[in-house]
Ligand binder design. Sequence first.
Ligand code: KG4
Ligand code: ZN
Length: 338
Amino acid sequence: MLVLGIETSCDETGIALYDTERGLLAHALHSQVAMHAEYGGVVPELASRDHIRRAPRLIGKALADAGLEIGAVGAIAYTQGPGLAGALLAGASLAAGLGVALKVPVLGVHHLEGHLLSPLLAAPRPEFPFVALLVSGGHTQLMRVDGVGLYELLGETLDDAAGEAFDKTAQLLGLGYPGGPQVARAAETGDAYRYKLPRPMLNSGDLEFSFSGLKTAVLNLAKKEGPGATADIAASFQAAVVDVLAGKCLAALTRTGMDRLVVAGGVGANRALRARLDAEAGRHGFTVFYPPLDLCTDNGAMIAYAGALRLTAGAPSDGGFSVRPRWELAELEAVPVS
Ligand code: KG4
Ligand code: ZN
């Protein structure tokens, strides 16, 4: 079955074609970063309009790349939530319309389930069960994953998400939007040991996170040290985040007794985080899995893939056009997957 994936939850229009026999055939992406950059963040109304404008052309591109016609599509998976309501509706309405036109099932997918399962698109694939670190712009969560739809929240951030902390730090340092890649780039030439920033909740004994205090520490430091210290502050900030994320991952693996860690979400693209987790994996004898680098941030492939798993397990069509801007992963139903 050929599944068309449509992702429009935030500021990336992602389209993909996933075939249950042949794997990922094509994916096309348009990032709205440049459009939102002058406002310093995502403007929801502009995001919705741009999704409507871009998505049909991206579908054409993905089909052309895969050498297929639209009639080959056997099902449609779209991001139903969580995300910006208007942006989600743009994708949901496109999915609903195409579903009627093509007479194929349409299934709403949970955006975070897409992220969680995206490492299964890479080789080698992690086997269930595993611990997942989900680190995106809106979420920082440790989950126990026993199968598709079998997600147990082990811990999460009490305030800012890790990606949000990167974005806010970039703003404070005048590095622009989106912050993660910019801070990471600035950090490359910086001294991570110059400033000792806090590692919030690293030794709290639980699996919760907090990043807002770190942001305040960066603000005070940036005011005191001035623009000359930007690279060192960026490097010191990144080191603090990596320390906390790595420490909590180790604690989650110990607590669950598991030896597989999966990292997903935009911050999973961070090279310093990957290097640290790889080193810890070698030291502590666990295996760490990542999505392909271009599938860490929002994309249509993860939505097509998660939709394909659910559809082949017998999930019924929901017809599209329903969105859930707020939606907890724990509300998902488990599906048997071979
Ligand atoms: O998963 P994602 O694309 O969107 C959400 O669902 O939130 O994640 C976006 C987040 C942003 O906060 C962005 O700054 C961060 O991921 N990010 C990074 C890197 N690339 C993206 N953070 C740190 N280092 C990176 N290389
Ligand atoms: Zn995302």
